[in-house]
Design a protein. Structure first.
Length: 260
């Protein structure tokens, strides 16, 4: 059975914080924190939430900490189709529609596709059908040899970029499913690194993808958006990924009405 001490020690190790460091950040004595971790003292709900803050624990992990202490979770976890989520999903849909004709999509905590605008959906046309069976994992569909990988002109650097982002997600969430996904993606054939295809690579990593519709490489920069005030676990773990043209040729190609 997982104890409060197990959870706290694990997250202190992830954040490289000693008991002294964490106690100072949470305004509690080191002695009392030691007693909490060893099981000699029963922490209050308020203390656990104070400890979770400097540890930057995701809402899901805060709930796990509370459950380990015998408390009910404080953060709800609703299904995306729950009535309470309607307003949030409407906001997501509005962002995706407004981003057209440029690609934009929304993914859950495991990088499974939740929503996509037409431009993003068009990017997936032509890949192996099994990769498009729900739930569609965006990272798998991108890096799989039968996915988008053969069309990505700068596959080596884009692969490195995505694996680094996934590693950061793992460090933030401690999610074993993401660890398994990372191991799977790393097992795919590793391409030979080539020079960046667009100058903007000096300030950001672009996605340079071969477009069959245009007969040329289209280059994109990506940004991520999250709900900064979410108190629901599912909503807090939702990420919007928006792609912007990295050069004028790409911008004009998409503004012309053609798909990526």
């Amino acid at each position: 059975m997982t104890t409060v001490g197990d959870v706290l020690r694990d997250w202190r190790a992830r954040r490289r914080l000693s008991q002294l460091d964490l106690a100072g950040e949470a305004d509690v004595s080191t002695r009392h924190l030691s007693f909490v971790e060893s099981g000699r003292a029963a922490p209050s709900r308020d203390l656990l939430l104070r400890l979770a803050e400097p540890l930057a624990m995701p809402l899901r992990e805060q709930n796990r900490l509370l459950l380990a202490a015998g408390y009910a979770p404080v953060h709800g976890e609703r299904a995306l189709d729950a009535p309470d989520m309607a307003a949030a999903l409407a906001a997501v849909d509005a962002v995706l529609r407004a981003h057209a004709p440029f690609p934009a999509l929304a993914v859950d905590r495991h990088w499974n596709l939740v929503r996509a605008n037409d431009a993003a959906t068009a990017m997936l046309v032509g890949i192996e059908p099994i990769l498009l069976e729900p739930p569609v994992n965006v990272l798998r569909a991108t890096l799989h040899p039968k996915g988008l990988a053969p069309r990505i002109a700068n596959l080596a650097e884009w692969r490195h970029h995505l694996l680094a982002r996934l590693r950061m997600d793992i460090d933030r969430s401690a999610d074993p499913a993401l660890e398994a996904l990372h191991a799977e993606l790393r097992s795919y054939p590793s391409p030979v690194s080539r020079e960046p295809h667009v100058p903007v690579a000096r300030i950001a990593v672009p996605l340079a993808i071969q477009s069959e519709a245009h007969g040329r490489v289209l280059s994109f920069l990506s940004t991520t958006t999250v709900f900064g005030t979410a108190t629901d676990v599912t909503l807090a773990e939702l990420t919007l990924e928006c792609f912007y043209p990295a050069d004028d040729d790409t911008r004009q190609a998409l503004l012309s009405g053609s798909r990526p």
